[in-house]
Design a binder for this molecule. Structure first.
Ligand code: AP5
Ligand code: MG
Length: 190
């Protein structure tokens, strides 16, 4: 069983690589951003709550994210493991994830971090914004907020896994297939 945290700033390629990884390793994709966008689309109370944070590029409060993930893990009974995409994004979320997995007799195999320079992130997000319909992809100010929130609140999560000897950084610039091969190489070493 593999439980992988795919980590990186907004636009790093987490979603793109997750799609390929779940196919190769037959894993469950757990993207908190995608889950929130699904709730938003369906107009649920959770979607309404998350909306104001997401549209501004700020983090949804930990307790809301954690209970949504908890539900999703409990639902996925016979899975071969998870790709966590966009979660955990704070140290509190990382601690909660460790406890949740422990309750289900699982643990994190490793964190793989996609390293992409800020200028490339901005270009990718702006380009995607032309078609994504995501409010948070649309203007420079929101994109900048997302990137600075990443540096201030999310980057410490990398240190959390590094302390556990579970951290690997990968160059996230290059072809999608080339980056995928590098990630698969790390996973195969677990
Ligand atoms: P979330 O949906 O997680 O968005 P994000 O982290 O900002 O990241 P993105 O989805 O924009 O980028 P990605 O890394 O998946 O890259 P992608 O593969 O799409 O979160 C959205 C919001 O939800 C947050 O701001 C927050 O409000 C809330 N939220 C979510 N999780 C939360 C949590 N845990 N706690 C609190 N709040 C939470 O690629 C980007 C683009 O680049 C695409 O167009 C792609 O085609 C292109 N691309 C990918 N790889 C390459 C490549 N190698 N070369 C060229 N282009 C590439
Ligand atoms: Mg994504």
């Amino acid at each position: 069983m593999y439980n992988i945290v795919l980590f990186g700033p907004p636009g790093a390629g987490k979603g793109t690589q997750s799609e390929k990884l779940i196919e190769k390793y037959d894993l469950t994709h757990l993207s908190t951003g995608d889950l929130f966008r699904k709730h938003l689309g369906e107009g649920t109370a959770l979607g309404e709550l998350a909306k104001k944070y997401m549209n501004e590029g700020r983090l949804v409060p930990d307790e809301v994210v954690i209970s949504m993930v908890e539900e999703k893990i409990a639902e996925s009974k016979n899975t071969k493991g998870f790709i966590f995409d966009g979660f955990p994004r704070t140290t509190a979320q990382a601690q909660a994830l460790d406890s949740m997995l422990e309750r289900h007799d699982m643990s994190i195999s490793g964190m793989i971090a996609l390293d992409v320079p800020e200028s490339v992130l901005k270009e990718r997000i702006k380009e995607r914004g032309k078609t994504s319909g995501r409010v948070d992809d649309q203007d420079e100010e929101k994109i900048n907020t997302r990137i600075s929130v990443y540096f201030q609140e999310t980057l410490p999560v990398a240190a959390y896994y590094e302390k556990q000897g579970k951290f690997t950084k990968i160059n996230g610039v290059g072809t999608i297939q080339g980056i995928f091969n590098d990630i698969a190489h790390v996973i195969d070493s677990y």
